[in-house]
Design a protein around this ligand. Structure first.
Ligand code: ARG
Length: 484
């Protein structure tokens, strides 16, 4: 008998053995359908490939194959149009779809699960779903890189202070600074590509844990799901126990996502600092900021702040997932159902963050004019004033003296005295008169002013990877080609 807060076992897929109903609380605690229904497309894709193979191997009839296909097509339409009735008592996405299939096509629906278990089914679904999400993320990573390169290309001669310890160190171009983030994001993209390859392997055919007694053709299924390597060869999990229980791909994806968020968090921190009144280096478009409910003058950089905050959340998901696996014996354990929410949230958070940053940095094409607008606005004068405040060309003066024959350590010492003098005169090194500079070392001549100029300082760092405009322009060209 079914009481009001319990469930009739007969509606479940594994009813016969049980003598008492499941309480509503246990049902709610164990069910995953309200979050894993998001895997429905991958689930149907996997089922179609499995059924096609069962038929090709003569395990089910052509009629059953056709019925399954028809039923799953109907279910696809129902889910897409919001008509599908998801049921908590059917536990998860897999049992919901299978039960509906059987309702639609009868016994053929019951034959779909031949040689398959939910254990290899769910592992396959998550991999298929994540593979496509990785592809989308890689596109978004490229878009953000394009936006950064776009802004950089306008600022190869815009000088700002380069910092170490957040103290003014040496002049760099704004373009050079932005391209550092392009490097980070290009590694993120590369990492995602490697992880995609290990994600794109087929567990299906592992069955519950030990393989199956039916003559499955796993490589055929892998091929039809596009689980192939660069040479087009099928990629199939080679050990059934590992196949059903491996979640490495989810962990390494989340690790890569966390690292990518850390990169964006670092950029966020810089944007926040740069737009504070004390720096005033940049502005971001108003639509990425919010006002204060009490201080009328405020424009707060909420978007970069939130990205910095959400980084903690994704790092947390990595901790959650890696801890989930710790201590699990082989093979599948229900613990693994807990892999989905952190993984889904990681994907959603990363995608939204990448999207919003591409727009905030690079702007958006105005549909009416076709012109890109709303990206980062640079205050080049404020950047230049900040470099001058920090004696950023002190190293250039030391290098100048070395070229005149001084040992570097002596040159360093000499320049320290010059900096002290400039500080007491409240001026930049380049503003000290020649006779004052010559007081520090007789070898100093008029050509020192070119060395002490900001553009001169940039131009002088003309080694591969340096901030000289020629180097930065070469990097921009390399990235533009890579991202074309
Ligand atoms: N909903 C389950 C999950 O997400 C599907 C696999 C269930 N397998 C089982 N043996 N109970 O992991």
């Amino acid at each position: 008998m079914t009481s009001s807060n319990s469930l009739d076992r007969k509606s479940q897929a594994w009813s016969a053995l049980f003598s008492e109903p499941m309480s509503e609380l246990v049902q709610r605690y164990t069910a995953s359908v309200f979050f894993d229904q998001r895997l429905w497309r991958a689930d149907i894709q996997g089922s179609l490939a499995h059924a096609e193979m069962l038929q090709a191997q003569g395990i089910i009839s052509a009629q059953d194959g056709a019925d399954i296909q028809r039923g799953l097509t109907q279910i696809t339409q129902d889910i897409e149009s919001g008509q599908f009735a998801w049921k908590l008592e059917l536990e998860d996405v897999h049992l919901n779809i299978e039960a509906r299939l059987t309702q639609l096509v009868g016994d053929a629906g019951k034959r779909l699960h031949t040689g398959r278990s939910r254990n290899d089914q769910v592992a396959t679904d998550v991999r298929l779903w994540l593979r496509d999400e990785i592809d989308a993320i890689r596109e978004l990573l490229k878009n953000l890189q394009r936006a950064l390169v776009d802004v950089a290309s306008q600022h190869t001669h815009t000088v700002m202070p380069g910092f170490t310890h957040l103290q003014v160190a040496q002049p760099i171009s704004f373009a050079h600074h932005l391209l550092a983030y392009v490097e980070m994001l290009s590694r993120d993209d590369e990492r995602m590509g490697e992880i995609r390859n290990r994600t794109n392997r087929l567990p299906l055919g592992s069955a519950a844990l030990a393989g199956t007694t039916y003559p499955l053709d796993r490589e055929r299924v892998a091929r039809s799901l596009g689980m192939v390597n660069a040479q087009g060869e099928p990629q199939v999990c080679q050990n059934s126990l590992d196949g059903v229980s491996d979640r490495d791909f989810a962990i390494e994806f989340t690790a890569a996502a966390a690292l990518c968020m850390v990169h964006i968090s670092r950029l966020s921190e810089e944007l926040i600092v740069w737009m504070s009144q004390n720096f005033g280096f940049i502005q971001i478009a108003d639509r990425f900021t919010t006002g204060s409910s009490i201080m009328p003058q405020k424009k707060n950089p909420d978007v970069p702040e939130l990205a910095r905050g959400k980084t903690g959340r994704v790092v947390g998901h990595l901790m959650g997932l890696i801890t989930l696996m710790k201590g699990q014996p082989l093979a599948y354990n229900k613990d693994n159902q807990e892999d989905k929410e952190p993984l889904f949230d990681t994907v959603d958070t990363l995608k939204d963050t990448l999207r919003i940053f591409a727009e905030m940095v690079g702007g958006q094409v105005n549909a009416a004019t076709g012109v890109k607008e709303g990206g980062i606005q640079v205050n080049a004068q404020a950047m230049e004033d900040a470099v001058k405040k920090g004696f950023a060309t002190a190293t250039d003066l030391a290098d100048y003296l070395v070229k005149k024959g001084l040992p570097f350590r002596d040159a360093h010492e000499t320049v320290a005295h010059a900096v002290k003098a400039a500080a007491s005169h409240r001026c930049d090194l380049s503003e000290l008169p020649l006779n004052v500079l010559q007081g520090f070392h007789a070898s100093i001549e008029k050509d020192v002013y070119e060395v002490l100029s900001l553009q001169g300082s940039l131009n002088a760092r003309n080694t591969l990877g340096g901030t000289a405009p020629a180097q930065v322009q070469a990097q921009i060209a390399r990235h533009a080609k890579r991202l074309a």
